[in-house]
Write a protein that binds this ligand. Sequence first.
Ligand code: Z5A
Ligand code: MG
Length: 225
Amino acid sequence: MRGLLILIEGLDRSGKSTQCDLLQSHLNSTTQANLYKFPDRSSATATGSLLHSYLTNPTVQLPDEAVHLLFSANRWERQQDILADLTAGKCVILDRYVYSGISFTHAKSLSAAGSSGVIASLDWCAAPDIGLPQPDLTIFLEVDEDTAARRGGYGAERYETKEIQTRVRQVFARFEKLANTDGKLQKWHTVNAAGSIEEVHQTIRGIVEEYLANETLRKSPVDKF
Ligand code: Z5A
Ligand code: MG
């Protein structure tokens, strides 16, 4: 059986990276699990260092459209590795992925920070990721703005402004609404991430266990966007 492709998405400081690490340790106790964090800022990608400079250095200027394509290219750079892991029976955990890509560019295009004046439609934003492996399940960590703002490190990077965060929240809310009607989003689980780290971890484990036990799913090919 192939591995499961598990995506952890969520609002800023909702605890995605914390929960990805915990889930990876948990899965590694019974099976094998690899973690891919997007953007992948490591030397495993050619786009990672450019994206890191863009996010952390306000003097780095790039058109919004180009940045969007770079974030997508960064995922494409890891596509073969992800597929190889899954085929080898390893679970793959994704820390942010396509939905962050769509939400941030769309939110930015509607905000004062948008540089191009072009409203990037959701379809335009989704297009470069068409063909990427589609997660078997998406766990969306939801946290209110005040709780997120109290957590460590908030405000250090380019998109960590109240205006962009509020708009990102609105775009993610659209995905959640679509989840009951759109085939690609049916495996979307919203989890309240305001609880303790351990409480959230237990909830995530419960969701993932059900998918792990689904042999039919794990014998079928990985879907694509
Ligand atoms: N971006 C984009 O524009 N387009 C794309 O295609 C992609 C991304 C993929 C960098 O992402 C930026 O890239 C991001 C979106 C954009 N911009 N913003 N804003 P990143 O993933 O590298 O960002 P990050 O630095 O990892 O931050 P984060 O993802 O927002 O944080 P997190 O992973 O959700 O949270 P955490 O690091 O696990 O936890 C944050 C703190 O809270 C930490 O001190 C924890 O100990 C604490 N924490 C975590 N959980 C809890 C609970 N339950 N209770 C109390 N405290 C907690
Ligand atoms: Mg993170």
